[in-house]
Design a protein around this ligand. Structure first.
Ligand SMILES: *Cc1c(COP(=O)(O)O)cnc(C)c1O
Length: 371
C-alpha cells in the first residue's frame, strides 16, 4: 500500500539527531518552554520573514491567542472560509466573537476577496484567510480590503510553513499568524505544538502572557491567561526539523511537478499553483465528481487517499447555530464534495507516483466515458 504520509520514513532519516535532542532535554529537565523553545522561536520568526514568534501547545492555540492578543472578543465578527479544518473557525468562536463565513475561489480553494468584501458589516473586526493545502491566499487584495475597513488580518498558516506570495513568506503579511506543528503538518512535532508569529511587539507580549497564565513574571498574574506553553521536547525536536524543512519542501514541490507531468493532457483536475505563489504542497488535492468510487478503486490499487475536507464548516452540526443554509457558499460546497488528496510527502518516490497516476488516469477515463 502506498501510504498517504510516511512519518516513520522521516523519523528514520533523522533518528540520531532527534533522539539526541530528546535525550538532552530529558537530562536538562527543561520540560516546558526552556532554551530549546526560545531558540526555536528565534529561528522560526526568521524563517517566516517576521520579527516575533511565540511557541504554544498547538496550532489551534496559536490562532486562538493571536486573535485574543489582537483584541478580538465578544461583539466582534471575524470572517473566515468554510472550506478549511474546523480549527480556523473554532479559534474565532473561543474568543467569544461571531464566526462569519465567505466563499472561496474555486481554482485556489482560498478566500475569494470579492466574497470577503461582501461579508463585511459594521461589527467586522478581523479576517482569517487560510493558506489551504500549502498555497497562500490572495493576500494583496485581502490586505487592501482590511486596510480600507480598518480590520485585523490573522493568517491561518497551519498548512503553509515556507509558502510564499510574491516573495513574502506565510506569516509575514498579516498582523499576526498561527502555525501548526501537528505531526502530519509539513513541519511536525513529536506531539502537539504550534507557533504564533507577528511583527507587532504588543501582540508578541500579549501572546507570551496569555500562553503562560497571564504573567510576564512568575506569580505576577496581570490577566487571566491559559496554560498553552510549548513543551521543551517539542522545541528540541522542531529545532532539528528546522534544518530540513527547506529540503523537504523542495522534495514536495518536486513530487508535485512529477504528478503534473504524469497527469498532463489526461483531464485529471490537478492543483493550480498561481504565478508568484510558492505552494508547499501540504496536501495534493485533485478533484472528481465521482469521488467515492475513486477512493474504493484506488484502495484496491494499493493507493491511500484522504479528503480535506468532506464537509464545509457551515454545514457541520457544530456550527448549525450560526444559521447558514446549503447553497450559500457554492464554491466551498462543491470543493467539499469533489476534493480528493493523493499521497504527498517528501520521501514519496517516482515509482510510487507512477502507480498512483496510472490508477487515477484509468479512473478519469472511466468517469469521462460515463458522462
Ligand atoms: C492543523 C490545522 C489547524 C490546527 O492546528 P493544530 O496544531 O492541530 O491545533 C488550524 N488550521 C488549519 C488550516 C489546520 O490545517
Amino acid at each position: 500500500m502506498i501510504p498517504f504520509v510516511d512519518l516513520k520514513a522521516q523519523y528514520q532519516s533523522i533518528k540520531a539527531e532527534v533522539d539526541e535532542a530528546v535525550l538532552k532535554t530529558l537530562e536538562n529537565c527543561s520540560f516546558v518552554l526552556g532554551p530549546e523553545v526560545a531558540a526555536l522561536e528565534k529561528e522560526f520568526a526568521e524563517y517566516s520573514g517576521n520579527t516575533f514568534a511565540i511557541g504554544v501547545n498547538s496550532g489551534t492555540s496559536a490562532l486562538h491567542l493571536g486573535l485574543l492578543a489582537a483584541g478580538i472578543g465578544p461583539g466582534d465578527e471575524v470572517i473566515t472560509v468554510p472550506h478549511t479544518f474546523i480549527a480556523s473557525a473554532s479559534a474565532i468562536q473561543y474568543t467569544g466573537a461571531k464566526v462569519v463565513f465567505c466563499d472561496i475561489d474555486p481554482v485556489t480553494f482560498t478566500m475569494d476577496p470579492a466574497a470577503l468584501e461582501a461579508a463585511i458589516t459594521p461589527r467586522t473586526k478581523a479576517i482569517v484567510p487560510v493558506h489551504l493545502y500549502g498555497q497562500m491566499a490572495d493576500m494583496d487584495p485581502i490586505m487592501a480590503i482590511a486596510r480600507k475597513h480598518g480590520l485585523i488580518v490573522m493568517e491561518d498558516a497551519a498548512q503553509s510553513h515556507g509558502a510564499e506570495y510574491n516573495g513574502r513568506r506565510a506569516g509575514s503579511i498579516g498582523d499576526v499568524a498561527g502555525f501548526s506543528f501537528y505531526p502530519g503538518k509539513n513541519m511536525g512535532a513529536a506531539g502537539e505544538a504550534g507557533m504564533t508569529v507577528t511583527g507587532n511587539a504588543d501582540i508578541d507580549e500579549k501572546v507570551r502572557m496569555l500562553r503562560d497564565w497571564g504573567a510576564k513574571q512568575k506569580y505576577h498574574h496581570e490577566i487571566i491567561g491559559y496554560n498553552m506553553r510549548m513543551e521543551g521536547i517539542q522545541g528540541a525536536v522542531l529545532r532539528v526539523k528546522m534544518k530540513y524543512i527547506e529540503k523537504w519542501t523542495e522534495l514536495r514541490r518536486e513530487a508535485a511537478r512529477r504528478y503534473a507531468d504524469l497527469f498532463a493532457g489526461t483531464g485529471v483536475q490537478i492543483p493550480v499553483e498561481v504565478e508568484g505563489r510558492r505552494h508547499v504542497y501540504h496536501v495534493y488535492a485533485i478533484r472528481t465528481p465521482d469521488r467515492q468510487r475513486w477512493i474504493e478503486e484506488l484502495t484496491k490499487a494499493g493507493v491511500s487517499t484522504g479528503i480535506h475536507y468532506p464537509f464545509p464548516l457551515h454545514e457541520l452540526k457544530a456550527f448549525e447555530f450560526l444559521g447558514y443554509k446549503h447553497g450559500q457558499f457554492p464554491n466551498a460546497e462543491k470543493a467539499a464534495a469533489e476534493v480528493l488528496s493523493l499521497p504527498m510527502f517528501p520521501e514519496l518516490t517516482a515509482d510510487q507516483q507512477e502507480v498512483v497516476a496510472k490508477a487515477v488516469i484509468r479512473l478519469q477515463q472511466e468517469t469521462e466515458a460515463n458522462v
